[in-house]
Design a protein around this ligand. Structure first.
Ligand SMILES: Nc1ncnc2c1ncn2[C@@H]1O[C@H](COP(=O)(O)OP(=O)(O)OP(=O)(O)O)[C@@H](O)[C@H]1O
Length: 406
């Protein structure tokens, strides 16, 4: 598939309006974007589809946004040292759209970029309108610099983790050791509840394993070239659990490894439970590597130099309340947060639509709530407008990225 191309270069008219046309070969849709420069620090644009026979065009009108909508993309884009951006928030607020648009913008600004979905319900493929599934790096067509996407299959990652664990304490071991009168050690292993944990994983475990899987990818030399890594994370609840999981898993794996050593040295008969010595060492190595990765994940989340967690929300009381709790938890865990994206803000309009007026009033209340919230008021607020078409495909993401990340 060829990439979308700009058909006509930007042109400026007497009203200081910029317009250009994008052509997506996949959809054969011509998108006309008009950006009005106003005296405000931000511009809201609204999209509409013109379905005239033979020509579908997406028109973007611009309206002024409040002046606090300031972002500092320069700060995000500068430097070639690798940086990680983790976008998280309540379900459905636009995390994927914002993460994908940020990744496109980084790539268009010269950064070889990797965008990763660790949300068990992936939507990167839908957002880019390209098939990115499969659990490996897939090139995204369209941006100027290389952009790759990775949808981690959490179940597969968990299965790998489970098989490493089972070799160190599965039910076969328990039966054997019971028979040897060593049930006590098995009970100790049982106390770790790792097997149970893997059978009914709590929210956050998949995410932790998925992120550790990404670390595994990044340990390989061929991935050194990526200078920006954007994570589209799972909804808030998972993220909160994820923050405490690396510590928990680290401790659990540490205990398992210690117990395994004890067991291994107890009798050579017990050694046979684990199969060949070779297999045993493999399993231990796997666990050790996983443990090291968990430590890296924990450090990565707290590294202010290279990592930023961006909270995405929408202007509703429920979403703002959840974002406030998320920010409080992130603060407690020393995870750096600077920005809050408030997505789907209704642009001002002169129409007398009652529904819109009510909705706008509601949103204004939620925005006020953000401004007076002790957890959120200190963050840089970025407002993104609710647009009237679905944001899909690289040209649309580029458009969203140019509004949000400035
Ligand atoms: N600013 C916007 N204007 C209009 N539609 C939007 C906007 N942002 C996102 N959407 C749409 O909202 C829907 C949900 O967006 P998205 O998938 O990015 O959210 P999410 O937070 O990642 O969802 P989930 O939690 O389910 O993964 C999509 O259809 C997307 O196109």
């Amino acid at each position: 598939m060829s990439s979308p191309s700009i058909l006509s270069p930007p042109s400026t008219n007497s009203m200081a309006m910029t317009s250009f046309f994008l052509h997506s070969p996949k959809t054969h849709m011509v998108i006309s974007l008009r950006e009005a420069k106003t005296s405000f620090s931000s511009t809201f644009l609204s999209l509409s589809v013109n379905r005239k026979p033979g020509r579908r065009s997406l028109q973007v009108r611009s309206v002024a946004a409040p002046s606090e909508a300031i972002t500092e993309f320069d700060d995000m884009v500068s430097g070639t040292k690798r940086k990680y951006y983790m976008l998280g928030g309540k379900g459905g607020v636009g995390k994927t759209s914002c993460a994908a648009s940020l990744a496109v913008k980084f790539a268009n600004n010269g950064h070889p970029t990797l965008v990763v979905s660790t949300d068990p319900a992936h939507s990167l493929s839908d957002s880019f309108a390209q098939d990115l599934a499969g659990g490996t790096l897939v090139a995204v067509e369209g941006p100027n610099s290389p952009l790759y996407a990775l949808e981690i299959n959490p179940e597969k990652a968990r299965e790998e983790f489970r098989s490493a664990n089972q070799k160190n304490g599965g039910s076969g071991v328990k039966d054997f050791m019971d028979g040897m009168g060593l049930g006590m050690i098995v009970e100790q292993l049982g106390e770790l509840k790792l097997g149970e944990l893997l059978d009914t994983p709590p929210p956050g475990l998949d995410e932790a394993i998925a992120i550790s899987k990404v670390m595994q990818f990044l340990e390989q030399e061929q991935y050194n070239a990526f200078t920006r890594i954007v994570f589209d994370t799972a909804p808030t609840g998972h993220t909160l659990r994820l923050l405490s999981l690396p510590d928990f898993l680290d401790a659990s794996i540490g205990k398992i490894l210690k117990l395994k050593q004890k067991i291994a040295s107890a009798t050579s008969a017990i050694k046979s439970v684990f199969g060949q010595e070779q297999t045993q060492d493999d399993a231990a190595d796997k666990l050790k590597r996983l443990r090291e990765r968990m430590i890296k994940v924990r450090e990565l989340f707290r590294d202010t130099d290279s990592t930023e967690f961006v909270i995405v929300t929408i202007p509703t009381v429920m979403a703002v309340s959840e974002s406030s709790r998320l920010r409080a938890s992130l603060k407690k865990e020393n995870v750096p947060v600077k920005r809050l994206v408030v997505n789907q803000v209704l642009p001002p309009s002169s129409s007398d639509c009652k529904f819109c007026a009510m909705k706008r009033k509601d949103q204004t209340r939620a925005l006020d709530m953000i401004r007076s919230d002790p957890e959120l008021s200190g963050l840089r607020m970025i407002q993104a407008p609710l647009v009237d078409v679905e944001i899909r495909g690289v040209p649309a993401l580029q458009f969203l990225g140019d509004i949000v990340w400035r």
